[in-house]
Write a protein that binds this ligand. Sequence first.
Ligand code: PLP
Length: 443
Amino acid sequence: MSLHMPAGQGKAPFGQVDLYRLDTTELDVTDDLYSPKGAIAQAQQLAAKSAGAAETLMLHGGSTAGIHAMLLYSAKRGETVILPRNVHISAIHICATAGIMPAFTQPSYTPTGRPYTTIQSYMDAMDQNPSARAVLVVRPDYYGALEPLAQIVEQAHKRGMLVLCDEAHGAYFNWDKHTDNAGACGADLFVQSAHKTLPALGAGAWLHAMDGVDIVRLRRLLRMVQTSSPSFVNMLSLDDARAWMDEYGGAACEKLRAAMVRFHRKASSLGYHDAQDESGMDYDPLRLVLYAPQGGFELGEALAQMGIDVELCDDRRIACILSLMDGEERLDKLYEALSQIQNSAGSSSAKTSNYQGLSALPIPPRDMPLSVAAFAEAESVALSEAVGRISAVQVGFYPPGIALLAAGERITDELVACLEASQLSHIFGINDDGTLSCVQKEA
Ligand SMILES: Cc1ncc(COP(=O)(O)O)c(C=O)c1O
């Protein structure tokens, strides 16, 4: 059983279709994503209406493509954007390729090591970088925490900065009466991965623009980061997901919300408590995050042996994605499985610990601009010998795809200790032989 994305989890919203027969290209009757006048224009207008946006562009390259387009829209080469440190790596990648300078906010950590960013930290970054063009906010994060976007918007707009929101994990907010989406909170541009919470195919996403955004320019930039052969099957699935949510989404959110409350009550009697409330922030009530007394990896493994695959494990928790179409039944099956798994702390060998020590990990010092280091000549260096060297790559845990180290930053003792403690499990950016690509030293 799937408790991970894509959130359609095998079910087509309006019955099975023949994907191969439906795959097509730009024809007079099928329309053109980058010059839409027919079906695609109509699908985008309907998506914009559901999101309360001025304009919406369909993305078949996931939120990744939308994050790239938003940042290219906001800043030119050499200009600065403010990024929270828990930003998805796609934002760092486009800054590197486009020569945009990231200014990272200082992260805070919950007692169990989950990163988040305080409003004060955003304000400090804005004050230290008054000429920054934009502030990017991740809301919700992978675990469902909701940062105070409306307050960040107020501060950024006062300073003339655009606000971009990575709402990859919050596409369902458009139909949920309890949670405002990023546009309603005042963001200028926001992306949503439909495939993460709605019945849409993998990589289906939307880029929404509010009033004041130059849509012609945005579309031109988007074209630079997506394929010139857009997937019509993917766009069809985006439109189907939107139509299903327009019809059933509000009621489905309510039903799943109630089922989650019931599930948490029962699961906590087994020792599996809701891990959402620890950040002290508002959170997405439909993102299921459970403490695992035996360790998150251990619980994930035990569930996988019973045929249940979850979205994410860390050393203390598991996170699951529930389909709005049949989440209630999946919760029942998950509860059944949990009741059969021994959950005493230390009941199995604690293997990896990817979050341990994170709270003690400051952002490494930057010695070289991101866009220079990312394209510099590099050499592979053993981790134990990498302290003091300049990284040529981003390194972090995946999921959630957050960089602990970015290109141009100096590798510290603490970082190497944290990576070694993880036994390089669930890591991105480390080479297959365990080495790290560092900028070559000048001869
Ligand atoms: C917070 C966040 N933003 C953006 C992305 C990228 O989304 P996509 O996979 O739709 O490109 C992810 C992917 O996991 C994510 O977690």
